[in-house]
Design a binder for this molecule. Structure first.
Ligand code: GDP
Length: 365
């Protein structure tokens, strides 16, 4: 589950990425994540998990994690192979979603590649490279599909959809703006288009503009307008401040944020939004040994969720004993009381897990 950080040069990508790797240093216990120099692993902040660990006096608290991939060096002309264009586009193809950093801070000391701060021009520059690359790929594919369509009806439909997508792309719009039926959306998903990947825009502002979530910054307003055309979320951060925050320990961090009048760091907001963007939810397990959050895709059934913990649990799955986190808290976090009130449900193999389920799986070995 990887997100790629993209953006023009000098917008603050490395600064943000450094904050990510710095913050991620604590979460060195993620054996399932491959650590590469340009991949940062961060814990997904979850207040529910902290609460469970407190109630159960857990020895260990293990949050879930996501990975960010620093895709630096995307410049105008990348789709034509400028710079290391093809390599970067290939990197984007590998990620599940995109974090697009946009410069919204004014700073005479930091040169802008195009001479001035203009978030919409920047967004369009990057998006167009992805769009060009998609058009090229689709046109190659279209040729083959047209041949196949002569004998095959489903290929004929594919041709029609491809032509529709190309038309939208040629208007300079990303494929994610297309409104499609469920089946056609599936079809388009298989094309693995760069411009259809889910996206979050990060508006990188200066410290002064952090108040009111960037409401006083005209550049941020423009980014918000643009993002709304794609139904995309905008997270306002100051990469520089995030880098400072990431170096502090937990208590200092709270004080620092308080001084800035903020409840959560921008990075925490970005991580949580990214998690949601990927369609991920967490279920929780709790006990004196450890309290832990586990990542599943929305729509995952109980046995497959159990399989995240151990394959034996999926194979020998009998039932899940489940309580919603909020229901547990409504009874002071006491499992015994919650059980007496009948709030702990016994669920079978067809149960679809919900975000915040606190679970005990029963299984045969
Ligand atoms: P990248 O090329 O997109 O990776 O950009 P960098 O992260 O290297 O940032 C480029 C320059 O902008 C560096 O000198 C940073 O210190 C500066 N910078 C990054 N974020 C901010 C910010 O929020 N405010 C200000 N004033 N400068 C920033």
């Amino acid at each position: 589950m990887k997100l790629g950080i993209v953006g023009l040069p000098n917008v603050g990508k490395s600064t943000l990425f450094n904050a990510i790797t710095e913050a991620g240093a604590e979460s060195a216990n993620y054996p399932f994540c491959t650590i590469e120099p340009n991949v940062g692993v961060v814990a997904v902040p979850d207040g529910r998990l902290d609460k469970l660990a407190e109630i159960y006096k857990s020895e260990k608290t293990v949050p879930t994690a996501i990975e960010f991939f620093d895709i630096a060096g995307l410049v105008k002309g990348a789709s034509k192979g400028e710079g290391l264009g093809n390599k970067f586009l290939a990197n984007i193809r590998e990620v599940e979603a995109i974090v697009h950093v946009v410069r919204c801070f004014d700073d005479g000391n930091v040169v802008h590649v195009d001479g001035s701060v203009n978030p919409i021009r920047d967004i369009e520059t990057i998006n167009l490279e992805l769009i060009f690359s998609d058009i090229e790929m689709l046109e190659r594919r279209l040729e083959k599909s047209r041949k196949a369509a002569k004998a095959d009806k489903s290929a004929a439909h594919e041709v029609k959809i491809m032509e529709e997508v190309i038309k939208v792309l040629e208007e300079g719009k990303s494929a994610r703006t297309l409104e499609l039926s469920k089946e056609d959306a599936e079809l388009v998903k298989n094309f693995n288009l760069l411009s259809s990947k889910p996206i979050i825009y990060v508006a990188n502002v200066s410290e002064d503009d952090l108040v009111n979530d960037g409401a006083d910054n005209e550049n941020v307003a423009q980014v918000r307008d643009f993002a709304s055309t794609e139904d995309a979320e905008v997270i306002v951060i100051s990469a520089q401040i995030e880098q400072e925050i990431a170096q502090l320990d937990t208590d200092e961090r709270k004080d620092f944020l308080n001084d800035l009048g903020l409840e959560h760091s921008g990075l925490d907001k970005l991580i949580n939004a990214s998690y949601k963007l990927l369609g991920l939810i967490s279920f929780l397990t709790a006990g004196p040994m450890e309290s832990r959050a586990w990542t599943i895709k929305k729509g995952t059934a109980a046995p497959q969720a159990a399989g995240k913990i151990h394959t034996d649990m999926e194979r020998g799955f009998i039932r899940a004993e489940v309580i919603a986190f909020d229901d547990l808290m409504a009874h002071g976090g006491s499992m015994t009381t919650a059980k007496e009130k009948g709030l702990v449900r016994v669920e079978g193999k067809d149960y679809i897990m919900k975000d915040g389920d606190v679970v005990l799986f029963r299984f045969n070995v």
